[in-house]
Design a protein around this ligand. Structure first.
Ligand SMILES: [Zn+2]
Ligand SMILES: [Zn+2]
Length: 253
């Protein structure tokens, strides 16, 4: 056995599975043989230093030259620095476990990110839809206001043209000019809104005031589908019930 080890020091070392197996090498009979044993790592004679020591003393130091994990006998240089299958396997196991854990946590992170992205996209879509709905609602409202202003501007123009010349006609022409300007303004707000979330209330209120004045001057009222034109904007709160003056206006043409 000694010969084979010397011929190829790197040949598979002997493994001693238990401390008892090692102790069995340390009997008086076997001790000389033990002292010639090679290091399980480098193959060099490992125990020359014990040749002159009592086996009893060496038996007390088993841990200093034997690796309980893999079972190798080892020289001083390699006791704590050898190719230990058990420790390597343990390290590999931990490494694999770590890799698996890292993979798993990456997978979870990716899944969580995907879910969060989908949620954010859905929220954005909902917000966009809501924004679009609000935009269209106000566009419809601006169209409604502009439609009323066209009806009023056209009728006030007719009243002005048909009125007998005099101060009343002059004022009706002025009212028409104002109504016409407001009408253009309100239609511009439909096609190119400067107030995308509103109706130009100030312009609309001036329009209604013009119409009220024109009614006062002519004693006429605009009728749409058999009903007096309703200048109230439906999304605004209703004003208090009309007074007598409004009722009197109904006696129109
Ligand atoms: Zn060694
Ligand atoms: Zn070992």
């Amino acid at each position: 056995m000694a010969a084979t080890n010397e011929a190829s020091p790197k040949k598979a070392p002997a493994f001693y599975k238990s401390e008892d197996e090692v102790r069995a090498l340390l009997t008086n009979d076997a001790f000389k043989k033990f002292c010639k044993k090679k290091c399980g790592e480098c193959g060099a004679p490992a125990f020359k230093k014990f040749a002159k020591v009592s086996p009893l003393v060496v038996r007390a130091q088993v841990g200093s030259f034997w690796c309980a994990s893999c079972g190798r006998l080892l020289c001083d240089a390699h006791r704590n620095q050898h190719t230990c299958e058990k420790e390597d396997a343990e390290r590999a196991r931990k490494r694999n476990q770590n890799v698996a854990q890292v993979r798993e946590s990456l997978r979870r992170e990716a899944a969580a990110k995907e879910a969060a992205d989908a949620e954010a996209a859905a929220a954005k879509r909902a917000a966009d839809d809501k924004k679009a709905a609000i935009f269209h609602m106000w566009k419809d409202r601006r169209k409604h206001a502009a439609g009323v202003s066209t009806t009023i501007a056209n009728m006030v123009q007719r009243w002005a043209v048909q009125a007998p010349s005099g101060r009343a006609q002059d004022e009706l022409l002025e009212l028409y000019t104002s109504c016409n300007r407001i009408n253009l303004r309100l239609w511009n707000e439909v096609s190119q809104p400067t107030l995308p979330g509103a109706v130009d209330d100030e312009a609309y209120d001036r329009l209604v005031a013009n119409y009220d004045r024109a009614r006062d001057l002519t004693g006429l009222v605009i009728v749409v589908d058999g009903q007096p034109l309703d200048t109230h904007l439906p999304w605004r709160p209703r004003p208090p019930p009309p007074d007598d003056a409004a009722a009197a206006g109904d006696g129109g043409p």
